[in-house]
Each structure stands twice: as C-alpha cells, then as structure tokens.
Design a protein around this ligand. Structure first.
Ligand code: ZN
Length: 79
C-alpha cells in the first residue's frame, strides 16, 4: 500500500490524471482509508483550480480575485 508520503509525491500526477490504471487504483484505495490525504489532495486541487482561474487575468481587481478565491474555498468545503 502507498504511504502518505507517496500520496503527497504523486498528488499532482493524480490530479492531472497522469497515473497508470494500477497506480490510480492504489492511490484511490489509500484515499479511501486516509482522511488526512483526502484533505491534502482536496486542498491541492483547490489551489490548482484557483491558479488556473487566475492565470492570465492580470487585469483582475482585488475584489474579483477575492470573489474567485471565496467561490473556490466554498466549493472545497462542500466536497
Ligand atoms: Zn495518507
């Protein structure tokens, strides 16, 4: 079984769907059993989503950026 350290190392590959089928199964199994890693991966996914939404938006006002961040955090809390 993968360790929590393995989960952290492979987290971005998991989110980007770059793991093999076998790796994905092991990864999913660990997440099923480990609340710590589920939270970690959820927070990482939120951070990546947020950076994608904000990238290329240099003209964003502070209010617009805060609104996008607030929505991302609300989405993360509801997952
Ligand atoms: Zn874990």
């Amino acid at each position: 079984m993968l360790s929590c350290r393995d989960i952290a190392k492979q987290a971005s590959d998991h989110i980007d769907k770059k793991l093999t089928f076998r790796q994905s199964l092991s990864y999913g199994f660990h997440l099923l059993l480990c609340g710590y890693c589920r939270k970690f991966v959820g927070h990482l996914r939120t951070t990546i989503d947020l950076s994608h939404q904000l990238s290329g938006q240099d003209q964003l006002s502070d209010e617009e950026a805060a609104s996008i961040a607030t929505k991302a955090l609300e989405r993360a809390k509801s997952e």
